[in-house]
Design a protein around this ligand. Structure first.
Ligand SMILES: C[S@@+](CC[C@H](N)C(=O)[O-])C[C@H]1O[C@@H](n2cnc3c(N)ncnc32)[C@H](O)[C@@H]1O
Length: 377
């Protein structure tokens, strides 16, 4: 496919997404209906689509409409390639283009209007750089399985397979600088030497301190990224999730990593634990680079429901912490209401003692995450 034909494909897929189809099925369905597209084409189209979703407000303004065509016009104008792409040539988008509109301040930052005042109040001087960080692709990070190898040895192994890396935020983290698409087919990955995991997510686990020999409950384990990282640090991990199917791959991932993780649908029966991690469902605002639709689909009502659920999960988690043990609360959010405010309220409700808290903002070092540790007295 020509570069312009790839843009035409992205326009078609973006229109489906704007009409309500989720991005992944929209991309898969397009691929099935256009078997002639090679993997290079599909990757390029996918990049166009996700870039446009991250830049939805600013590119729609620059392109003159919130449509697939408007978004890609906005991209072409910003990239200075309008005349090369919108040409009327076979398979290229048509040449008749709508005029641009100057984006408002929040549109220029691709921040939803309703959220901007709240985020600005929460982040202060970090508001603008954080919004700008969310406009771009996230770096790819790996967690080195330190139970199996060293970071230097893993980097060498990956290099031999054409995957270049450099050291990142914490001792277990590598950033992939070339060959990211080869990771999941690599021997290093198959042998459990590395896992895909954001560097700030790894840093959150590092913030938990020494875990060796501790009985740990991961109450919202999901795919098990943090459960695996805690197991690699020597914790005896039990994993639970309200949606057990989300943990479906966890036994396989644990086997690959040489880790033992017990799954349970009734964690209360195994309580108390030395440490309970509540990595709660959240707005996902710290990882909107990876899930740009999340940014545009969040509403006040959804946020309020999420806040109520977080408080409920915190209360449940507290009930399973041994006296003297630790309750850890994590989100991938950058909103104070989901982080510090939630933790302050839980400490008051349960007489917990704070051991520390840390907010990571999205940027070159990883996603935006929050972690707080509280001691049960
Ligand atoms: C942020 S994700 C967890 C990510 C995971 N810990 C990781 O590091 O890969 C939150 C998880 O909480 C689960 N969840 C939602 N409500 C819950 C509840 N009431 N109790 C336990 N888990 C819940 C969701 O199914 C989801 O998998």
């Amino acid at each position: 496919m020509t570069p312009a034909a790839r843009v035409s494909a992205a326009i078609e897929i973006l229109d489906r997404i704007l009409a309500g189809e989720a991005p992944e099925p929209a991309l898969t369905n397009w691929g099935r209906a256009h078997r002639f597209a090679g993997s290079g084409d599909r990757h390029a189209i996918r990049d166009h689509v996700f870039d446009a979703l991250r830049r939805r407000a600013s590119w729609a303004a620059l392109g003159g409409s919130l449509t697939g065509r408007g978004l890609m016009l906005g991209w072409a104008r910003e990239a200075g390639v309008l005349a090369q792409v919108f040409t009327d040539a076979p398979h290229a988008p048509g040449a008749a283009v709508s005029p641009p509109r100057a984006p408002s301040e929040t549109e220029a930052l691709d921040c939803p209007d309703w959220l901007a005042p709240r985020l600005r109040a929460d982040l202060g001087a970090a508001f603008v750089p954080t919004c700008q960080a969310l406009q771009h692709r996230a770096p790819v990070f790996l967690r080195v399985n330190l139970a199996r190898t060293t970071r230097a040895a893993a980097a060498l192994h990956l290099q031999e397979e054409g995957i270049a890396t450099r050291e990142a935020l914490v001792a277990s983290a590598l950033e992939v600088t070339a060959g990211a698409r080869k990771v999941q087919a690599s021997q290093a990955y198959a042998q459990g030497l590395v896992e895909l995991q954001d560097a700030a997510s790894q840093a959150v686990v590092a913030e938990l301190g020494a875990l060796k020999g501790l009985r740990v409950l991961d109450l919202c384990a999901g795919g098990g990224g943090k459960a695996l990282a805690m197991a690699a640090l020597g914790a005896e991990v039990t994993a639970h999730d309200a949606a057990p199917r989300r943990m479906a791959d966890l036994p396989l991932r644990a086997a690959r990593a040489g880790a033992r993780i017990a799954l349970t649908d009734a964690p209360e029966r195994l309580a108390p634990f030395d440490l309970v991690l509540a990595d709660v469902p959240c707005s996902g605002s710290g990882s909107w680079r990876r899930d740009p639709m999340g940014k545009w689909s969040l509403t006040e009502a959804k946020l309020a429901a999420t806040l109520a659920l977080q408080a409920q999960i915190l209360d449940r988690a507290f009930g399973m912490v041994a006296p003297g043990g630790v309750l850890a609360y994590a989100t991938c959010s950058i909103l104070a209401a989901e982080n510090g405010v939630q933790v302050d309220a839980a400490m008051q409700r349960h007489g917990l003692v704070e051991l520390g808290r840390r907010q990571f903002l999205p940027g070159t070092e990883g996603d935006g995450l929050f972690i707080a540790r509280m001691k049960r007295v």
